[in-house]
Design a binder for this molecule. Structure first.
Ligand code: ZN
Length: 252
């Protein structure tokens, strides 16, 4: 199989040589694919507007030793709602970095692909912070890393009262008594813990009716970024950019 076609989303782009680009495509059937688009930065190239971040399309690929070559690309959508908005773009870039970190090559990744597609759609139109909080929980669930939230992960007692904590190391919620057993545990409200559970099974198409307070969003963001980077075993660089955007907006 030297030539093959696949549906995918471009999740990473870098310029190469004078007029080429090297991209990472999250495909449904073949997982993560690295490919070169030759000449796509030339003014007259037909691929010019297509080979960019978040293009969802049908890609015709030619298999190489290290790198596939994109011979054709038929764009399905390019999410202009994300492109025209710095906040949405920042969240989408963060999502792409997380997807890139977890996706593997040469395997069926259709569930990951569809999660990415649905979340890109939602990121174009809904509250981007709400969408990304849902994405974080759903990708962990999908990969089998759903944290333990039903009772205390350390002692097994029910999580009661208003205050709880979340331990990334132990992978779940801690009751008030055990919250000091992990010095790095993030303190949060029980409401936040329940919201994490709700996000794990909520119909994403009905995300806008979910009542999530700014405090829950902030706590879930802190919890999930720490948890995800621990699972990835590396820092998520684009999360820092979102933080800096938020602080600029809060001070402005
Ligand atoms: Zn406990």
């Amino acid at each position: 199989m030297k030539h093959y076609k696949t549906e995918g989303i471009i999740i990473r782009v870098s310029d190469y040589n004078e007029a080429d680009r090297i991209v990472t495509i999250l495909t449904s059937g073949y997982g993560k694919v690295q490919a070169i688009a030759k000449g796509c930065r030339k003014p007259k190239s037909r691929k010019r507007g297509l080979i960019q971040l978040f293009t969802h399309g049908e890609f015709a690929l030619y298999k190489g030793r290290n790198l596939e070559t994109i011979t054709q690309c038929e764009g399905k959508q390019s999410f202009p709602g994300i492109r025209g908005d710095l906040d949405r773009m920042a969240y989408a870039v963060y999502m792409a970095e997380v997807l890139d970190g977890f996706a593997v090559s040469g395997e069926d990744q259709s569930e990951l692909f569809y999660l990415a597609l649905v979340c890109l759609h939602l990121l174009s139109v809904e509250d981007p912070e709400l969408v990304i909080r849902a994405f974080e929980v759903r990708i962990m669930k999908l990969l089998g890393y759903m944290p333990h939230l039903d009772d205390c992960v350390y002692c097994g007692n029910p999580l009661t009262g208003l205050q709880a904590a979340f331990s990334s190391h132990m992978g779940g919620g801690l009751c008030k008594t055990c919250s000091t057993s992990d010095p790095e545990a993030a303190v949060c409200t029980l409401g936040t813990m329940n919201m994490l559970k709700q996000l794990s099974r909520w119909d994403l198409k009905r995300l806008r009716v979910l009542k999530m307070t700014p405090k829950m969003k902030r706590e879930i963001g802190e919890i999930m970024q720490q948890y995800i980077s621990q699972r990835l075993e590396k820092r998520i660089r684009s999360a820092d950019f979102i933080q800096s955007l938020a602080s600029v907006q809060n001070n402005g």
